[in-house]
Design a protein around this ligand. Structure first.
Ligand SMILES: Nc1ncnc2c1ncn2[C@@H]1O[C@H](COP(=O)(O)OP(=O)(O)O)[C@@H](O)[C@H]1O
Ligand SMILES: [Mg+2]
Length: 325
């Protein structure tokens, strides 16, 4: 972010952080591996891509990502350590995750083993539920935004499209009718208007992400937009067991509870989903009923409504377990 040139190079230093290499790059941002000489450790630094003409909205989103991450504290969410400006450009610093993104893993290995995918699904669903409890929607859960540590732990990253409910009531960074998210993983309501995304939209995207981890491909084609949309609203996606017959039928049922076209037919909360992933291999619990998500949706509607208030806290766990067979 030094001087001159449309194609400005990655800086050698950002604030006090000495850049070592590039970890990843998206539309507007770049994530760098860097060394923090003050604390003698390596970190990940995210900054707006050098040379990009960031609009005020892009800048505001970037700063909002740092703030959203700053208030989330969960073992399944990447931690932010610092935020500052370098030569007038904002950046923030995260713990460095030594591993790879789920997207890279899938490109390398095709799919995850069942046990790893279920553990990942549970970890991420609990992480999402924490974010939702803090009033933060992710809106871009997908394999590129999931980081896998060497020990198999999964973390949710990239809150760049996050929606902060408290701020949203005062002003919106999302234009009316705008589509924000990623084809292949985005639910119909978000496709139509990103502002209508809610807890269940993140549930859909997480379901699509775990589906991809299990089967090695996203549930919906990310080719023609019309085909994608029609496949979503008509529920035309190959069941994971039809792609990998060795998978237990419970996997299909949980995916159905995530990928339903209508939000009301999905798991009402990410925690409901977290509780079903580990049992769907039939090893520790009975396979989920096919109608379980809908029954849960009805039971949880009070929680779903109360979530609309940023200060809301989840209902007590005990009552929610009462119906369990
Ligand atoms: N904290 C981190 N530690 C290690 N690698 C990371 C970290 N955060 C991001 N990355 C890498 O950088 C890539 C892009 O990060 P992301 O936050 O998704 O940025 P973008 O907004 O450009 O998509 C990720 O897919 C991952 O490979
Ligand atoms: Mg990303």
């Amino acid at each position: 972010m030094g001087a001159g040139g449309a194609e400005r190079a990655i800086p050698v230093q950002v604030g006090r952080y000495l850049v070592r290499s590039t970890l990843g790059a998206g539309g507007m941002g770049v994530v760098l591996r860097a060394h923090d000489p003050a604390l003698g450790r390596d970190v990940a630094v995210k900054l707006l891509r050098p040379g990009s003409d960031a609009s005020p909205k892009a800048l505001a989103r970037f700063q909002r990502e740092a703030r959203a991450l700053g208030r989330l504290r969960h073992p399944g969410i990447v931690r932010v350590l610092d935020a500052d400006e370098h030569e007038g450009h904002p950046f923030f610093v995260m713990e460095l995750i030594e591993g790879e993104s789920l997207e890279d893993r899938l490109q390398r290995a095709g799919h995850l083993p069942l046990a790893d995918a279920l553990r990942m699904g549970e970890d991420l669903a609990r992480a999402l539920h924490h974010a939702h409890g803090e009033g933060v929607l992710h809106r871009d859960v997908k394999p590129g935004n999931v980081l896998l540590c060497a020990d198999g732990t999964a973390l949710l990253a990239d809150f760049g499209l996050a929606k902060d409910l408290a701020a949203a009531s005062r002003f919106s960074l999302t234009a009316e009718g705008a589509t924000l998210g990623t084809l292949g993983f985005m639910p119909p309501e978000q496709f139509e208007d990103a502002r209508s995304a809610d807890v269940r939209s993140d549930v859909f995207s997480l379901g699509a992400t775990v589906y991809a981890a299990l089967s090695g491909r996203p549930p919906f084609p990310a080719t023609a937009v019309r085909d994608y949309y029609m496949a979503m609203v008509h529920g035309r996606w190959p069941r994971p067991t039809s792609l990998r017959p060795e998978l237990p039928a419970g996997v299909d049922a949980v995916c159905e509870g995530c990928l339903a076209a209508r939000g009301v037919d999905r798991y009402a909360t990410a925690r409901d989903l977290a509780e079903d992933w580990p049992g769907c291999d039939g090893a520790s619990r009975p396979w989920p009923d096919r109608d379980r998500p809908a029954r849960r949706a009805a039971r949880s509607s009070r929680w779903a409504r109360s979530w609309q208030r940023p200060s809301a806290t989840p209902p007590p766990r005990a009552g929610r377990r009462a119906w369990r067979p």
